[in-house]
Every structure is written in C-alpha cells, then in structure tokens.
Design a protein around this ligand. Sequence first.
Ligand code: GLN
Ligand code: ZN
Length: 741
Amino acid sequence: MTSSFPASTALGYPRIGPDRELKRALESYWEGRSSRAGLEETARRVREDTWRRLAALGLEGLPSNTFSYYDQVLDTAVLLGAVPARYRHDDDLTTYFAMARGAEGIAPLRMTKWFDTNYHYIVPEIGPDTVFSLDAAKPLAEVREARALGLETRPVVVGPVTFLLLSQAAPGSPDGFAPLDRLDDAVEVYARLLAELAAEGVGWVQLDEPALVADRTAAELAAVEAAYGRLGRLENRPALLVASYFGDLGDALPVLAGTPVEAVGLDLVRGTAHGVEALAGKTVVAGVVSGRDVWRTDRDRALAMLLAVRERAGRVVVSTSCSLLHVPYDVERETGLDPALRERLAFAEQKVAEVADLAALLAATPGRHLPGHSAPEDRPHPSRVRAAEGRAPYAVRAAAQAEHLKLPLLPVTTIGSFPQTGELRRARAALAAGEIGEAAYESMVRAEIEQVIALQERLGLDVLVHGEPERNDMVQYFAEHLDGFAVTRHGWVQSYGSRCTRPPILHGDVRRAEPITVRWAEYAQSLTSKPVKGMLTGPVTIVAWSFVRDDLPLREVVFQVADAVREEVGDLEEAGIRVIQVDEPALRELVPLRRAEQAAYLEWAVEAYRWATSGASEHTQIHTHLCYSDADEILAAIDALDADVTSIESARSRGRVLGAVGAFPRGLGPGVYDIHSPRVPGADEVEHLLTEALRTVPAERLWVNPDCGLKTRSYEQVEAALANVVEAAARVRERLFRDVR
Ligand code: GLN
Ligand code: ZN
C-alpha cells in the first residue's frame, strides 16, 4: 500500500491554459458556437500539456484531477452525487453548467470566495435528504489519461471536512441542520472512491483540507478525527496525503497526526513548522514555494526550513504551499517587463522548477542544519501607520452636504461603470499596439463620457457618473498610473469559471506622480449641472487584487497606496467634484482566517481607508461600495470607514442585507438591481425592494442604486433597468410625500 511519496510535488496547477484556451473553449461552447467534443479536446490538451510540462521541469509527483471545467468544489459535489434535483438533466455537462451558471428559469448555486483568495468556488447544497452516491468517472479518467502518456499521477480531491464546511444547508433543511452532520455518509462515498482508485492501481491520493487552517470547534476537530480515522483504517486504499494550506494547522495538526494517514501537507510560507514533531513517522509535504505570490523563493530560507522539518519529523517532500492555481503560467513570456524585475519573479513554471531544485538540494544535503542559517524569522519593521484626523461628525456632514448638493429624497445613482463596448476595448488594444494615437483614443473616451452623461440626464438619475470608459479594470487602471507597479501581458489568473484577472505586480514603493482620474471626472462634470461622482478604488482593494511585495508588512504597503488615493481625493475636490466614491469591495477578502488576527487587520484596513478619504471637506460627500451581501460579519468595520453613503449588494439576497444593516447610521444604498444577470427588473419589483428597505432604513438615508457596476451588461439592458429604477424611486417618493401630507 505505502509506496514512498515522490521527492517533489505541487499541490495543483493552473488549468485555464497558458493562452486561456479553456476560457475560449468554454465560452464558445456556452454560446453554442462549438460542440462538446471540441470543448473536451481543448480540455484534454490542457491536461496533457500540463503533465508533460511538469514532468519536463523535473517534478516527480504529478497531481491529477486538478483540471476543472468550472470549479473543483463543484467537481467534488458531482463526485459525491450531491446534485440538487432542480439542476438534473440527461446530459451530465448540461447539469454541471446549470449548477455553475443557472439554466432556463433556475438560478445557479451561490458562488463565494475560496478562503482569502480572489478565486470563487460554487457553494454546494447539502440537506438531510441529500443522497450521496459515488461518481468517480472524472478522477479515474484523468488517471488513465495520464497513464496513456506514460505518467503516474496522484488524484487530488477536496477532502470531506472542507467540502461539508464549505457547503450550505439545502433550502428547506430544518433549523440547526449543518452539512457537516452528514459527515459519516459522505465519508462512506470517499471510502468507495479510495477503493476504486486502489483497484485502478493508484498509489497516492491527495485530500485537500484547507478549512483546517481556520479556527475549528472541538466538534469539527472530532469530525476530522472521525473522517481520517475511518478512511485511514480502510483495508484497500491508496496512501493518503491530507493537504492543508493558506495557514497553520494549529489544533488540527495533532488531530491529523493521530490518524493513520500517511502524509500531511503543511503551508510553510504562510504557516510555520510549529508542532511538526507530532508528524514523525509520517511524510511531511513541506510547502516552501509559495503558491500565492509571484516572487522567487529564497533558497537558503527554504532549505533551512526543509532541514528543520526533516530533523524534527523525518520524511520530507518538497512542495508548493498550495495549488499554483493562484499564479500565472510563465514569467518568461513577459518580455515587456523590466529585466531587473523579471529576475525577481516566478510564476507557476518557475515555481515548479524551484521545487525540483530544492528537492535535489535537500537530497544532497546530508546534515541537519545549514551552516550559518537559523530557522527563518520575520524581520521586524517599524510601522508607519498614519492616524486620520476625523472629519466632522456624520450628522454635521450630512447637513452640510444636503445644503451643498440639494438632492431629492431617495437619490438615484449607479456604482460607477457603464457598459464597456467592444469598440472601446478594441480602441484600447489599438492604443497599446501603437495603431492609434493617444489623442484619437482620448477623443473616443470623451465621446463615451458625453453619451453616458446624456443618458443619465435623460433617464433622470440624481448623482451621475462618468462611466469609467477609460478603465480596463478598477485595479489595473490605477496600477498602470502609479509608480511601484508593473502590469503583465499574459499573467492571467482564474477568478471563477472562465473568468480570469491579470493582477498587477506591486514591486516597489507606491507613489502617485500626477492626478489619475481628475480630467475624466472634470470633463463629465462640465457637461451637467447635476453632481458627478468621482470614482476611485480603495487602498485595500488595490493591494488585495495585486501581487504584493513581501519585504514590507502588508499594512505598510496599503498605507502607501492610501497616500496616493488621498492625493487623488484632494485633486478631485479641487476640480469641483462634490461626491467621491472610494470602492472597497475587497475589504472582507483580506480578513485573516484566524479570529485572533482579525481585529488587528480590520483596524488598520479601516484606518487606511480613513486616511485615504478624511482629507475631504465636510461638504464633499464620500461614498463607498462593497460588493457582497453578507456584510453582517464586518458591519462594525464598514461603519468605522466613516463614509457618508455606503452601497452594497442586496438585490439577489432580498432582505438579507437589510436585516443586518438596517440600523446602519449613515446613508445606505442596498442594491435594487442584480447586475450579475441579464434580466431587467420591473419597476414594481424595484418599488417593492425599496418599500422593504424603508422598513429599516429611514427615507432621509436611503439611496437607490444597482448592486454593482454596469460594466458587464449591455446598454439595452441597462437603459431599461435604470428607467425602471428611476420610476420606482419616483413612485416611492410620491408615496412618502402623500403620507406626510
Ligand atoms: N466602481 C466600480 C464599477 O462600477 C465598482 C466595481 C466593483 O465593485 N467591483 O465597476
Ligand atoms: Zn461591486
């Protein structure tokens, strides 16, 4: 049963394809432009290329089942037969994509962020009556496919505890039911899976349990013990690697150590080797090459760590800290980057080569300690957090702004972006390729702004936006205009399904050389007498959606960005912009997984936001925008941002947000238009949502807006939807006046 674990491995690999081949194949299949066979062929090629490449780079332990048509958590639901009846279809791929993307009249499963990454997974639904049944076709097929290439692989599956902890209770589940209640039943399916894989001759299986690096209750730890006790005692099974990542196992480490699994994966970049002695007798899969950043690994530091683990625990395998899903493919393709910077960078390919190198180095180092190197420690850094002078109290500001802005009750606004037309995107590409000049591009952007302003005036919105036509992306745009950032050409990272982002690289001190958004906002304001909202991305979000230098504490980097945003806020004010929105949709994403670290994070994150915005006068209305509906977790922090108006996603979850934030003591715009869907909400529906909102939010503080930016929608949808939103607001306003009279 226990063949020894290969000397080097990676916990997972990107799967969208180096040129986003899978993205294109998926989208063409969804649009009916290509066949299933075409999609499958592209997928097969992506897998083949990956395995061949990993082997060529010298990696010994190759993972399989890390490919996905959409998401690995969704794949696990399918593997366990946990497919809600409403999505079932004769064709398995149709069922699969219905869960991910919805089907005729059926909303998709919820999607949410994968721990503290910008990757989103599909949230499975598990109820008391969910019938688990094994469907091992996918992992088996991948094992066979690799074997046909002459390569042995280790199937990777989300482990039972993490799978159930990430699932939500199916609608109609009784109060108090939690998916983890179904652990025993789910584990039986994993047991059958292991038997099938053993029968296939598979030597090792990797079960991913990243949920174990967050705080877990005694009952949850008991679930870990039960699950891996049961699986470990199976007669007929492959050897088991339980992989943790994104932090320290903490209390879960001794629990796993006490189970009969053969190997445990530790994230030694974000976590430590604390307590590793407990794993003596097992194999430690030591994640010393970061899967979360783009920097080359400090070889001496990594080797010292590997030697320390070997001394304390015995068998050590060199690995990545987590799947490489979160980094781009290959830095060699970034020929436009400054060579000095490129030398400091490692993407997935380079990281795999580093793993292989370190494994060779470890094998060649007989001793215990590396002379001259002690186990790594964090370098202390002086903190330079700037304390924001408070603005005047909210009530004082609200009065000043009412006077200054003269807005109606229930003002209608949008979150910033208007549809990005293909014409604009093509023009931006042409500009980058030098096919058109700066002036031609500028005049296109201006023309777009003119249209967006005219449209909003025609529709009767109250606080207008310029529509963000100049921005490819709310973070990349600022990165391109700030010193200290570099942007890549091919550095795509999967965000969800076929969607990818190209995170900028924050590599040096951040500085704003000159105003970034002012001329666009100023131009838009010159076209209308209504207030135009200046539109900025907040410091936490800019940092969260970039790859960030690791030689400074994150806090310090965020404050550098906050400095730049603060300067921009000042310049917008000076240019006569009376409303300024600073978006912070990633505020929650960076919340540490361990509760003990959360308060400190929220404190500096809020402080950075306040530093960015508190230079504004009391007449200037500061808005913020957050994209998620479960704001309740960090409501106190959102309040502490001290913005005058907060807009938040709400349309899809109906009352949920309002239950939590109804008592919010500032301006609040719960979204009344779900922009994630092509559907146009009717005026009655919006009126109903506003009426509901008024039960908890006083009319003087209620704002009317969509859930998020309109960038991904068409003009046709947006015009119709906004017309209905404006009409609904007018009806409710009318009713409020009638009631007063
Ligand atoms: N202002 C941005 C937009 O409207 C906000 C996007 C976001 O919250 N993700 O596009
Ligand atoms: Zn948003």
